[in-house]
Design a binder for this molecule. Sequence first.
Ligand code: NAD
Ligand code: UPG
Length: 342
Amino acid sequence: MTHPASVAPVPFTAPSHDSCHVLVCGGAGYIGAHAAYALAHQGFEVSVLDNLSTGHREALRWGRWVAADLLKPDTLDAAFERPVDAVMHFAARSLVGESVAAPYDYYRHNVVGSLNLLQAMQRHGVGRLVFSSTAAVYGEPDSASIGEAHRTDPINPYGASKLMVERMLADAAQAYGLRSVSLRYFNAAGAAAHAGIGESHYPETHLIPNVLRAALGEAQALQVFGDDYDTVDGTCVRDYIHVLDLADAHIRALRWLDTTPGAHRFNLGNGQGFSVLQVIRAAEAIAGRRIPYSVAPRRAGDPPVLVAASDAARSLLGWVPRYTRLEDIIDSAWQWHSAPAF
Ligand SMILES: NC(=O)c1ccc[n+]([C@@H]2O[C@H](COP(=O)([O-])OP(=O)(O)OC[C@H]3O[C@@H](n4cnc5c(N)ncnc54)[C@H](O)[C@@H]3O)[C@@H](O)[C@H]2O)c1
Ligand SMILES: O=c1ccn([C@@H]2O[C@H](COP(=O)(O)OP(=O)(O)O[C@H]3O[C@H](CO)[C@@H](O)[C@H](O)[C@H]3O)[C@@H](O)[C@H]2O)c(=O)[nH]1
């Protein structure tokens, strides 16, 4: 069924607190599956919209699955057959290097795909959205600790595509009254191995899974991209935030939107930076073995230091990360990588 632009949008429905139905778009992926788990755990009704392009069928463990593709608008209405109260939107392409090589793909998947989702929400009168944004919207930071007021100047198409969606959400708040929160995650890490889910990307480009797979002898020798940065030991510094703390922030954001109109942005990080070598050393202590690595040239588009100031999420959403120790984050990932379910 096609929906011509002239079809009047259904008015937004008031959220139901008794049985709030959340559509998790991209819920078969790493962070989305953890959000689906957390939502189900807290008594929300969950549906997952996913085309399994980078997600996993085995991660579809909570709620019903709607096999739909954001780039095929006609497939999206099936996700709204049961009235939806709110949407969490994780589905995207998210590899920085790939985005530099194939920018049209990134603008199509991330911007056009999001627009299609927003229009489907509008057709079905859904007025609340929590959107996965990223620290990559800031580009090269001016300061070691980045607050939301920091200028946004992405240095790659991935970050630019996310910033464009944030802009669409601001315009949609103005024009249609859409309520939204964009959560700018820093480096998502860790797993809920006890729930049978963890990080599984192909190819895997993220540091912690690569370090742990090297510890297990599953990957080619680990490469450290650059040891000549102006940092504590010459390697890049990042702010690692546990995926269950991200899931918790999403649910808090959803509840906050019950009473808060407009389009909002929050950073999500622990506020503490760790270098690549510090991550390797911490992983060695957890795995109880040496992890061999070689130093490779810098990776294009890597800022030396990215650390979040997340005071706004703490004060306005009441968000308090539970996994504040790097060791605990890596340990949860180690439990997953030692016996992955997929
Ligand atoms: N991993 C991180 O450190 C990090 C940091 C900042 C922001 N983010 C953002 O968080 C979100 C989730 O990241 P992730 O690591 O879980 O990614 P992921 O690739 O594991 O999950 C994305 C999910 O979306 C689905 N999907 C993709 N395109 C789709 C489409 N056109 N239609 C339907 N489903 C589609 C995939 O099949 C997959 O299940 C992304 O938006 C990413 O940009 C991630
Ligand atoms: O095998 C590896 C993998 C990574 N790194 C380095 O480790 C650091 C972290 O890299 P990675 O885990 O790939 O994360 P980022 O490149 O920082 O990007 C993540 O975090 C960003 C926000 O901070 C998000 O925008 C991205 O989606 C998400 O992938 C960087 O300095 C990399 O150069 C290595 O040295 N070797």
